[in-house]
Design a protein around this ligand. Structure first.
Ligand SMILES: Cc1ncc(COP(=O)(O)O)c(C=O)c1O
Length: 425
C-alpha cells in the first residue's frame, strides 16, 4: 500500500491530511506512514512464504541505518523481524526499541572495541566479520567475557550493484568483504579459536540495486563458497544474503520483482540447507516517508525560477550527495494553474542545496506546502545541523493515529554539549 494518497485534492498520509500535520508539527518535518511500512514488510515476507517451506523462512533483519528512529524500530519489531546494526549507537537504539540480542546482527565495517563489547553484552545473534584483526578482537573480548560469539564472513563477490558509485559495495576494489580464498583461510583459523563459532557467509553488494539481476551471480558465488568450505569439512549453517532492494524514486524506476527474487533464493540458497537472513533497509521505509516542507518564496532570476523551500540539504542530503531523484509535489492540488519549470532549492549557503533542477511542477506560491517524496530511507538518518539548522521532527501516522516520534530540535539543543573555554574572556 502507498500510504500517501490524494483525497479531494489534498495529499493525505494514511487517513490524515498533510496540512493537519504541518499545523501540528510545523515544517520541515518528516512524515511516515505505518501502514506502508507494514505493507512492505508483509509483501517481502509473503513472497518467501510462497517459495520457501514454512520451516525455512528467512529472518528479515531491518537495516536500521535507513531510518533508525526508535518508533520505526518498534513498529518493525512488532512485525516479527530482526535488526541489522552497524554501530554501538544503532545497537542502543535497537535495544531501546525492544529487540532482543538474539535477533540483532552486527555488520559494521571497522568495529571498535566498545561496540564489540556492547554487542557481546547484549548476546547478539552474530558478528559479520570483515577482517582478520576484527575476528581476533571478537575472540579476545569473548574470551574475557567467557562467551563464544557466532561469526559470519563477508564475501566480496566482485559483482556490480548499487544505484550510485558511493553506495555500491560488492566489487573487488571496494573496501568490503573478502575473496573466497581469504574467507576459506579465515574460516579455518576461526574453527580453531575457542571463543568464536564460524557459522556462515554474508554478502551485500550495495544499496538501491536497480540491476536486480546482479543479486543472482552474487548468490551463486556464495553457494560455490559454501560447497568449497564444506568440502574442507567446515560447518556452514547460516547465510546472510544482504539488503540493497530497490524502491521507486520515479515512475521509471526498476523495482525488485519479489517473486523472482524469492525464486532465486529458493533455487540457489535453499538447497544449501542453512538458515537464511536478509538485511533490507531502504525497501522497508523508503517510500513510506515524505519530507513535508513549506514554500518560503519563489525567486526569479534572468536564468531560472527558484522554488525556495524551508527544507534544505541538511534535512535531506541525498540529492546533493548522490544526485538522487526525488518526486516533488504540492500538498494541495491547484487545478487550473500552469506548469512551471523550477529549480527547487533550500536556504543553505551552497549551490549544492538543490533538490531538483528544471523540474516541471504546477505553479506553487509562497506559503504553500510541498512534499519531497520517498524520503523515508536515508533521509532523517543522514540529516545534520549544517548551517546550525535544528533537526526536523519525525511524525508517524497509522490510520487516524498520529505520533510525534521525534520532537523538532530547539536552539538550545544546537549547543548542547558545547562549552566556552574558561581561558577565553
Ligand atoms: C551490510 C549492509 N546490509 C544492509 C544494508 C541496507 O541496504 P539497503 O538499505 O539498500 O537495503 C546496507 C547498506 O548500506 C549494508 O551496508
Amino acid at each position: 500500500m502507498n500510504g500517501f494518497t490524494e483525497k479531494n485534492g489534498i495529499l493525505h498520509v494514511d487517513n490524515v491530511p498533510l496540512p493537519e500535520i504541518a499545523r501540528l508539527a510545523g515544517t520541515p518535518a518528516y512524515v511516515y506512514s505505518a501502514s506502508s511500512i507494514r505493507a512492505q514488510y508483509e509483501a517481502l515476507k509473503s513472497a518467501f512464504e510462497k517459495k520457501l517451506p514454512a520451516d525455512r523462512q528467512p529472518l528479515l533483519c531491518y537495516a536500521c541505518k535507513a531510518n533508525s528512529n526508535i518508533g520505526i524500530l518498534k513498529l518493525l519489531k512488532t512485525l516479527g523481524g530482526g535488526l541489522e546494526i552497524v554501530s554501538e549507537g544503532e545497537l542502543y537504539r535497537g535495544l531501546e526499541a525492544g529487540f532482543k540480542g538474539e535477533k540483532i546482527i552486527s555488520t559494521s565495517f571497522g568495529k571498535n572495541e566498545a561496540e564489540v563489547r556492547a554487542c557481546m553484552d547484549a548476546d547478539i545473534r552474530q558478528f559479520n566479520v570483515e577482517a582478520w584483526e576484527e575476528l581476533e578482537q571478537i575472540n579476545k573480548i569473548a574470551a574475557e567475557k567467557g562467551k563464544k560469539a557466532n561469526v559470519l564472513f563477508r564475501l566480496n563477490p566482485n559483482v556490480s550493484g548499487g544505484g550510485h558509485a558511493k553506495i555500491s559495495t560488492g566489487r573487488k576494489d571496494h573496501k568490503f568483504g573478502n575473496t573466497e580464498d581469504k574467507i576459506a583461510e579465515m574460516y579455518r583459523r576461526a574453527a580453531g579459536m575457542k571463543h568464536v563459532n564460524p557459522v556462515g557467509i554474508s554478502v551485500h553488494i550495495g544499496s538501491q540495486v536497480t540491476t536486480v539481476e546482479s543479486f543472482r551471480p552474487a548468490y551463486e558465488n556464495v553457494a560455490a563458497l559454501v560447497k568449497r568450505l564444506r568440502a574442507e569439512k567446515l560447518t556452514v549453517e547460516r547465510l546472510d544474503i544482504g539488503g540493497g532492494f530497490p524502491i521507486a524514486y520515479d515512475s521509471s524506476s526498476t523495482l525488485l520483482d519479489l517473486d523472482a527474487f524469492a525464486q532465486w533464493v529458493a533455487e540457489i540458497i535453499l538447497p544449501l540447507d542453512t538458515e537464511i537472513q536478509l538485511e533490507p533497509g531502504r525497501y522497508m521505509v523508503g517510500n513510506a516517508g515524505v519530507l513535508l516542507t513549506e514554500t518560503l518564496y519563489v525567486k526569479e532570476t534572468d536564468a531560472r525560477k527558484f522554488l525556495v523551500l524551508d527544507a534544505a540539504m541538511n534535512d535531506l542530503i541525498r540529492p546533493t550527495l548522490y544526485e538522487a531523484y526525488h518526486g516533488i509535489r504540492p500538498v494541495v492540488t491547484n487545478a487550473g494553474r500552469n506548469t512551471v519549470s523550477y529549480d527547487v532549492v533550500g536556504p543553505i549557503c551552497e549551490s549544492g542545496d538543490t533538490f531538483a533542477k528544471e523540474r516541471p511542477l504546477t505553479e506553487i506560491r509562497k506559503g504553500e506546502l510541498v512534499v519531497i517524496e520517498s524520503a523515508g530511507a536515508y533521509g532523517f538518518s543522514m540529516a545534520s545541523n549544517y548551517n546550525s539548522r535544528p533537526l526536523p521532527p519525525e511524525i508517524l501516522v497509522d490510520g487516524d493515529k498520529i505520533a510525534v516520534i521525534r520532537k523538532r530540535q530547539t536552539l538550545s539543543d544546537l549547543i548542547r554539549g558545547e562549552s566556552l573555554p574558561d581561558w577565553l574572556d
